[in-house]
Design a protein around this ligand. Sequence first.
Ligand SMILES: [Zn+2]
Length: 252
Amino acid sequence: MTAVKAAPFDPLAHASRLAAAAAKAGLRSEAFGEAGGVPLLALTRRTPGPRPRIYLSGGIHGDEPAPPLALLSLIEAGAFDGRATWFVCPMLNPLGLARGTRENAGGVDLNRDYRHLESPEVRSHVRWLRRQPNFDLTLCVHEDWESRGFYLYELNPDGRRSLAQPMVDAAVAVCPLDTSPVIDGREARGGIIHPPGDPAQREKWPEAIYLVAHHTRQSYTIESPSSLPLGTRVAALAAALRAALDVATRGS
Ligand SMILES: [Zn+2]
């Protein structure tokens, strides 16, 4: 039995805050599904002209409240401006967030469900994703209860200009880096993990694996350490995301 580790989180109130902030920032809100009466929100902003298409998501693990808060803070700060065309799914597991559990109300880890699509949340999300154009970059925002500092996973099969180090540099200005040689069972270097092998061979697909299989050729999953105060984690995630968006949109 896992203890409830996260502070209470009100997903319905957060959805209202997200929608209000999105409207102010010129993002369009769309509900692609719902969970327990809370909308599954997609916030989009299409900028005319040749712009990178950038996707961000958070709140897929309900015991990780910092990602949906970090995405809200970026919306409120106007980070999703005319530099790119934006696709933001800021709260993918509202019922998990309400309960403070990693899984959804049915006990499914949504971030392992992108191959078999057993949960209504992921089915709705995938249906929405299939209607979107391909993305130049995707960023999945998480937290880790076991890590000692910030770290990230990079999936960059074509060797495009990496955003890993800029994100690490920005995050360490706010919180420690996890410098362990092995993080979450995988070889890491300076807080950066390149999952070995062909991730598509895995039996259970996280969101990032699905995205790289079908929607993008460059994807990052970033993790803040849950042991730090919530405000620090939100600031670290927001700093890393800002750095990635700055580099990814430079020259556009
Ligand atoms: Zn997570």
